[in-house]
Design a protein around this ligand. Structure first.
Ligand code: PLP
Length: 396
């Protein structure tokens, strides 16, 4: 069968082996504790669902404007103004079919063959693939634990060449669970001044920040940052709406228009009645619904990090954002646990699943083989049970 070179070049998901094995074990009746989830375990708040039902009953079942209905783009503009201090007109905003689609489409609109895109480890697995699908080349900056996995302005300056077309920033970070401080982001913004580098700032975990962490939108840092930034955000994580497929991009009007042209031929509009629900999501009751989920995530993340750090040879930063712990477990590499040689994060995840029936995600596909990712989008009871098992397994 003929398969395009483009499709052939997309590797199967490196996390898939663990996920499908976990499913297999579950089907066999094994009690598997899963820390693999990349989505909130809460249901979409009722007021949002009701808005979608109302829209369906009102016949909102037809095509809409490809970039999304003007009412939603206005609501997003108001949100960006009030919460992020960003002034965008509706023609600077496009609604996409999830933030994953926003990232893909933005890259299709901006990048050409030969362009380089700077991204730092740990990175969300989709980024390098989206860069390559746009014909460009990922230029990976390796970060380390000593720097809390963040890039410095010096590292950024060093990585920029005449080929650099884009810098990807994801704060709060998946899988790292860390958040750049406003000062750290300002340092990066300064390092870009005088260049033509476009920034794609993926702010999907904006609402999920913990402790004294302060979130700031990259585009709000300066006029220069504003003029070069595509702000990507969406409804999946903050409003527990992963299945609704709603994301958006705000930025320079020329790029948003180019994305709109692509979108009109690729997917047309996001689901019509989901757009009405998105307007409701951004409305008044949002604050309380989102805050309740945030408080629960904060409690779980703190507990998970504490427990992980109490395990010998495990080092975990307390998460300041998103819903992931990303501990360094590399001091266990080289060991043989119950006949399984642990030579990296893939071996670690595989052996843990087979021997202790706990599923987590290896760090290798995120560019950090020293680490593994544990999602705390699951109950405190599951977290306690799973960590008891990990502790026992590693103490052998
Ligand atoms: C960093 C990051 N960006 C974007 C997304 C995509 O979100 P959406 O469900 O809106 O496509 C995810 C989802 O896992 C993510 O982790």
């Amino acid at each position: 069968m003929k398969i395009s070179k483009r499709a052939q070049a997309v590797p199967p998901s490196a996390t898939m082996a663990v996920t499908s094995r976990a499913k297999e074990l579950k089907a066999q009746g094994v009690d598997v504790i899963s820390f693999g989830a990349g989505e909130p375990d809460f249901d979409t708040p009722a007021y949002i669902k009701e808005a979608a039902i109302k829209a369906l009953k009102a016949g909102r079942t037809k095509y809409t404007a490809a970039a999304g209905i003007i009412e939603l783009r206005r609501a997003i503009a108001t949100k960006l103004q009030n919460e992020n201090g960003l002034k965008y007109s509706p023609d600077q905003i496009i609604v996409n079919i999830g933030a994953k689609h926003s990232v893909y489409e933005a890259m299709q609109a901006v990048l050409d063959a030969g362009d380089e895109v700077i991204l730092a480890t740990p990175y969300w697995v989709t980024y390098p693939e989206a860069v390559k699908l746009a014909g460009a080349t990922p230029k990976i900056i390796q970060t380390d634990r000593a720097n809390s996995y963040k890039i410095t302005p010096e590292q950024l300056k060093e990585a920029i060449t005449e080929k650099t077309a884009m810098l990807l920033i994801n704060s709060p970070n998946n899988p790292g669970g860390f958040t750049y401080t406003p000062d750290e982001l300002a340092g990066l913004a300064k390092a870009l001044e005088g260049t033509d580098v476009i920034v794609l700032s993926d702010e999907i975990y904006e609402k999920l920040i913990y402790g004294k962490t302060k979130f700031v939108s990259f585009a709000s840092l300066s006029d220069d940052a504003y003029s070069r930034t595509l702000t990507v955000n969406g409804f999946s994580k903050a409003f527990a709406m992963t299945g609704w497929r709603l994301g958006y991009t705000a930025g320079p009007v020329e790029i948003i228009k180019a994305m709109g042209r692509l979108q009109s031929h690729m997917t047309q509009n996001p689901v019509a009645f989901a757009q009405d629900a998105a307007i409701a999501a951004l409305g008044k009751p949002a604050d309380e619904a989102v805050e309740n989920m945030r408080i629960e995530f904060e409690r779980r993340g703190k507990y998970m990090a504490e427990r992980l750090n109490s395990i010998k040879g495990v080092n975990c930063q307390e998460p300041t954002g998103a819903f992931y712990c990303f501990p360094d477990v590399s001091s266990h590499y080289g060991r043989n646990i119950n006949g399984s040689k642990i030579n990296g994060s893939m071996d670690f995840a595989k052996a843990l699943l087979e021997q202790a029936n706990v599923a987590l995600v290896p760090g290798l596909p995120f560019g950090c083989d020293n680490n593994v990712r544990l999602s705390f989008a699951c109950s405190l009871e599951q977290i306690t049970k799973g960590l008891d098992k990990i502790e026992k397994w590693l103490s052998q």
